[in-house]
Design a protein around this ligand. Structure first.
Ligand SMILES: Cc1cc2nc3c(=O)[nH]c(=O)nc-3n(C[C@H](O)[C@H](O)[C@H](O)COP(=O)(O)OP(=O)(O)OC[C@H]3O[C@@H](n4cnc5c(N)ncnc54)[C@H](O)[C@@H]3O)c2cc1C
Ligand code: SF4
Length: 443
């Protein structure tokens, strides 16, 4: 039974996709920050991939120094506002907060982080600016968390930066992929505008780098190239019927949802294939779009799912039903999707095996494949000397981000194979310093 009615207006969409971590007001921020114990050797800092000095910024909020708090956050992570909202804080900083040991609600670090950074953005006051010009030029491919973070840090170090982005907006999957109940388009783009206003890099939109000629032009025009291209489209499953109308990739479905909101049509009965966080998002989103029945089907057991427990709980909380130890064998239908034929599975010695004679069909009119994103191997093959590992990830030096072609550097999903916004932002900042080292060594 549907818990949500299909939204027909932007207002209804916003109600169905109400923010999980809404913006705090000043009173809430003062109250919450006053609970912090300002721990010595704070475990929350250790758990933050970008190493933000969390007790420091919470103390700054509590003493009324919101600008100082925003500076503390942005010095560690240029996606400070977005990360306060989209990070899986439940398993990172907030999961490590000492209050958990006493069964007391941990400090709402993410919301405090977004409070301080948003207040700073709204003030319009710059915190940083470009460094003394070095005369060196860097091309950044991709305006996602990796590309934009790298661009900010390179500008702070005095290099000229041009970003080339295939799509029409910056921030990559933050605006095209993350669930709309975690962050709004407005919030994401406000941070992008705030960063660009301070650092002054140029972004060329609708400008994919797609051919060998494009690559050669960048090599001729720039001293170094940063690859912040992320991953590709949803991988195909190779199932009969996968091309039926109504069978879509999760990344493509979510991108449409993020851009068109209530204008997107969702089936009445939806089957989501997969057990990762993207599957949980696609299932929750379908339910919030008013699907009457959403089934999340995974080939192993519930405890084997790659998704965080809290993401599965979130999906269950909006009526999604889990179906475990099943593998899809066919998308049934006549032109359009009418169901998914599954076979039950058993796992022996870590291997998933079909159980003979156990096939059954789950009727549905939409199938969302959340079975992973492909790698951009074709594009990366255009770059001479660039090596990938067996999983299609760019091989790079973990200290400098330099690839096997010395003029190319990389970070984010394209290098780590797919992680979180905070990882892409952090790795890219480190890589920008690697690029700086390289540029300063050029004659
Ligand atoms: C559905 C989904 C939900 C997610 N939810 C969360 C979440 O809740 N919290 C979280 O922290 N993380 C989440 N993630 C992961 C997170 O979004 C990524 O780890 C992060 O965005 C990676 O940043 P990136 O810059 O490496 O790549 P991307 O964000 O993918 O950005 C890459 C950019 O490069 C551009 N590009 C690619 N190729 C070219 C080219 N040849 N020329 C020009 N431009 C190009 C792309 O258009 C894109 O804008 C989610 C991911 C998905 C798929
Ligand atoms: S662990 Fe919790 S209480 Fe301690 S400094 Fe971090 S947020 Fe504050």
């Amino acid at each position: 039974m549907a818990e949500y009615s299909p939204p027909t207006t932007e207002q209804e969409f916003q109600v169905n996709f109400a923010q999980l971590k809404p913006r705090m007001n000043r009173t809430e921020a003062m109250l919450e920050s006053s609970r912090c114990l300002f721990c010595f050797d704070a475990p929350c800092i250790q758990a933050c991939p970008s190493g933000i000095d969390i007790p420091q910024f919470i103390r700054q909020i509590n003493t009324g120094n919101v600008t100082g708090a925003a500076r503390t956050i942005y010095e560690a992570n240029y996606f400070g506002n977005a990360c306060g909202k989209v990070c899986p804080t439940e398993v990172l900083c907030e999961g490590a907060c000492v209050y958990n040991l006493q069964d007391v609600k941990p400090i709402e670090i993410g919301r405090l982080q977004s409070f301080a950074t948003r207040a700073q953005m709204d003030s319009g006051e710059a915190l940083f600016g470009p460094g003394t010009p070095t005369g060196r030029r860097v091309a950044v491919i991709g305006a996602g968390p990796a590309g934009i973070s790298c661009a900010c840090e390179l500008r702070a170090l005095g290099h000229e930066v041009d970003v080339f982005e295939a799509k029409a907006q910056p921030s990559g999957l933050t605006v095209y992929g993350v669930a709309p109940y975690k962050i709004t388009n407005e919030e994401t783009l406000a941070e992008m505008a705030y960063l660009q206003g301070q650092f002054g890099y140029t972004v060329h939109y609708n400008a994919p780098i797609a051919s060998r000629a494009d690559v050669q032009k960048l090599e001729a025009d720039y001293d170094a190239v940063f690859l912040g291209i992320g991953l590709g489209s949803t991988s195909t499953l190779g199932l009969p019927g996968e091309d039926r109308v109504g069978c879509v990739g999760a990344v493509e479905f979510i991108e449409q949802l993020r851009q068109q909101h209530h204008a997107v049509a969702v089936g009445r009965r939806v089957v989501v294939l997969g057990g990762g966080n993207t599957a949980m998002d696609a299932a929750s989103e379908s339910a919030r779009m008013g699907a009457e029945h959403v089934t999340l089907a995974y080939r192993r057991s519930k405890s084997d799912m790659g998704a965080y427990d809290f993401e599965y709980d979130l999906a269950k909380g909006v009526g999604v039903e889990g179906l475990f130890n099943v593998a899809p064998v066919e998308i049934t239908g006549n032109g359009k999707v009418e169901g998914v034929r599954f076979v039950r599975t058993a796992t022996t010695g870590g291997q998933v095996q079909p159980v003979p004679g156990s096939e059954f069909v789950v009727p549905c009119d939409m199938v969302i494949k959340a079975t992973g994103q492909s790698k951009q191997t074709v594009f990366l093959g255009l770059i001479e000397g660039l090596q990938l590992d067996a999983k299609g990830r760019i091989i790079l030096d973990s200290r400098t981000g330099q690839t096997t072609n010395p003029r190319y550097f990389a970070a984010g999903d394209a290098g780590n194979g797919g992680a979180e916004v905070v990882n892409a932002a952090t790795e890219a900042k480190v890589t920008a310093r690697g690029i700086h080292e390289y540029l300063m060594s050029l004659k």
